[in-house]
Unconditional design. Structure first.
Length: 308
């Protein structure tokens, strides 16, 4: 059966653990797994700006023995010049897997339906599941077991990172708190799904509007830019709304004394996170950025091994 990784709960909790275990192994021994030996090709499509995603996938695919084929999304004109279905059929005959960083989750799902090869979500407006694998790997390195830990996400909870933290955190048995202003929380369906998963793993998900209540005693504190791609025209309004949620030393002081700080980058110092925090001793941001490569190698290997 061809499997894709389109959202965080495409992996069962047990499979998530298996992928994280493999990621840790590949970080220590980066050339031990060669599912792309040949080299086989992985198509990488980037409709949104990228640094870490392109660099980490290209390096990781090469380390897996494969060839990263860059497809310029603006030249391909996916969904405009050619339909998503037709692009999927073409690329599925040229590549062993497809990695797509795009906007609409529906288009990604359409690609997976017609490609005939595994499709990996490298970011959509709704989810950022590869980032969450990297985040969880980073937390494991700092904290050990994930189950029972409390993670607080402060800022724009309605973004892809908010959704992915709910699903992936609950799958890992963590207690996830989303601290965001009214009108900027994840949808009730995401919270309900996270709590349904949590009933099997011991995890949980709650929404709060007070940033101090969100971070109180938290083992992990996470934030992200307030102005996601495509929302630049809302910059002034968003800055005014989210300013109380800035991850300052004062806000971080309410978390556990050894709390780990995460940010998926790019970061805007003095906005969603203070320079003293992102560049301080509790920050694991640079490990987190590196771990994208190891986590993405693991999910590619997992998906390719699942093929008949």
């Amino acid at each position: 059966m061809i499997r894709s990784f389109l959202r965080d709960d495409d992996l069962t909790p047990a499979e998530q653990t298996r992928v994280l275990d493999l990621a840790a192994t590949l970080k220590t021994s980066p050339y031990d797994a060669k599912p792309l030996a040949g080299p086989k090709t992985v198509a990488m499509i980037f409709d949104k700006q990228t640094l870490r995603t392109q660099a980490s996938f290209a390096a990781g695919i090469a380390e897996l023995g494969g060839h990263p084929m860059l497809v310029d999304g603006s030249l391909a004109g996916i969904g405009v010049r050619e339909s998503v279905e037709d692009v999927a059929r073409v690329l599925g005959r040229q590549a062993s897997a497809i990695v797509w960083r795009t906007y609409a989750q529906d288009n990604l799902e359409l690609m997976a339906t017609h490609a005939g090869v595994p499709v990996v979500n490298a970011l959509t407006d709704d989810f950022h599941p590869c980032q969450l694998l990297a985040d969880l790997l980073t937390i494991r390195e700092r904290k050990g077991e994930l189950g029972g830990l409390t993670a607080a996400f402060v800022g724009d909870g309605a973004c892809n990172m908010g959704n992915s933290w709910l699903l992936a955190g609950a799958s890992a048995g963590m207690h996830v708190r989303i601290g965001s202003p009214d009108g900027y929380a994840p949808g009730d369906d995401m919270v309900a799904t996270a709590n349904e998963i949590g009933r099997t793993t011991g995890g949980s998900a709650v929404l709060v509007t007070d940033p101090h209540a969100a971070v109180a005693g938290a083992d992990v504190v996470v934030t992200d830019t307030w102005i996601s791609m495509g929302k630049e025209d809302e910059a002034a309004a968003r800055t005014a709304v989210f300013s109380p949620y800035s991850l300052t030393p004062e806000l971080l002081a309410g978390a556990a004394a050894d709390a780990t700080v995460l940010h998926c980058l790019p970061a805007y110092r003095g906005k969603e996170i203070a320079a003293e925090v992102i560049d301080g001793p509790q920050s694991a941001v640079w490990d987190e950025a590196e771990n994208r490569r190891h986590a993405q190698k693991a999910i590619l290997a997992f998906l390719l091994e699942a093929l008949p």
